[in-house]
Ligand binder design. Structure first.
Ligand code: SAH
Length: 255
């Protein structure tokens, strides 16, 4: 399903990037964030004074990502989790009075991948409290403010969904840079023009056999039928199936 490539950047960024959750109140959000992190190929989560952790709800919501919870590093202050980081991204829906350099998740992901590729060892992505996000002092520890472009009427996502979006964007960038984006595979070669022409003619014969249209004045019918077949990207086997079906219909009609 994926193109092979020697450089797999997803493994590299997994070693570089950590997801830092500040003062999370609901253990369910910690579990769901662990799941979001693991499904996107990451495994490091740091928790800053979580209100209720460890907790069975966190384990339950993490599904098969409880290993991320088990190895989560817990700190008292945000600074303790980012001290060794060369690049720190703070996520927040809110604009700040003194604006911080602001980008969307895609641009942030690009920067994170570029930094990882050029040898940056530790990068943190910081998420705030469910009730009031990151304070200005915490944002002041970040190099970049990332805002997910939500509706202006309601901009605040659930914490774990914000984690999912950032993790997804970084993974997508990493796959793109590793040349490992999705490639469609097909089991049968596409029909060639000749096969499609034969099929269209055959269909026209049937329409005529059953007096489906006025042959003196077909108007746009034949063009529309042709457009339908041409846009279907049918494969060789599909073309054969329909040709077989049309022959059977004609045999029955002519009996
Ligand atoms: N009421 C809080 C929002 C908390 S949502 C506030 O005013 O900041 C919990 C966390 O999810 C936020 O601190 C942030 O880290 C992340 N988050 C939620 N929505 C986001 C958005 N639109 N852009 C970036 N981060 C977001």
């Amino acid at each position: 399903m994926f193109m092979n490539s020697k450089t797999d950047i997803t493994n590299l960024v997994d070693k570089v990037v950590r997801f830092v959750l500040v003062n999370t109140s609901h253990p369910g959000n910690i579990g769901a964030s662990a799941r979001a992190i693991k499904t996107m190929g990451f495994n490091r989560m740091d928790l800053i004074s979580p209100k209720d952790f460890p907790h069975e709800t966190a384990i339950y919501r993490s599904k098969a990502a409880s290993d991320i919870l088990e190895k989560a590093q817990i700190h008292k202050k945000l600074y303790d989790a980012i001290e060794d980081c060369q690049f720190v991204v703070g996520t927040s829906a809110r604009k700040r009075k003194v604006p911080w350099p602001l980008v969307g998740p895609r641009e942030a992901a690009e920067e994170i991948i570029n930094l990882s590729l050029s040898g940056t060892k530790n990068i943190a992505i910081v998420f705030g409290r469910e009730d009031h996000g990151l304070n200005n002092e915490e944002m002041g520890l970040c190099n970049l403010h990332v805002a997910i472009p939500t509706s202006e009427k309601y901009s605040s996502l659930n914490l774990s969904q914000a984690v999912q979006i950032l993790a997804y964007e970084i993974r997508t960038q990493a796959l793109f840079k590793s040349n490992k984006t999705f490639k469609q595979e097909w089991d049968v070669p596409l029909a060639d023009s000749e096969e499609v022409e034969r099929l269209i003619n055959h269909f026209d014969e049937i329409m005529q056999d059953v007096d489906f249209y006025d042959q003196e004045n077909p108007r746009k019918l034949l063009t529309r039928v042709r457009r339908f077949f041409k846009r279907s990207k049918m494969d060789h086997m599909e073309a054969n199936i329909f040709r077989g079906l049309f022959s059977s219909i004609q045999k029955k009609i002519k009996k």
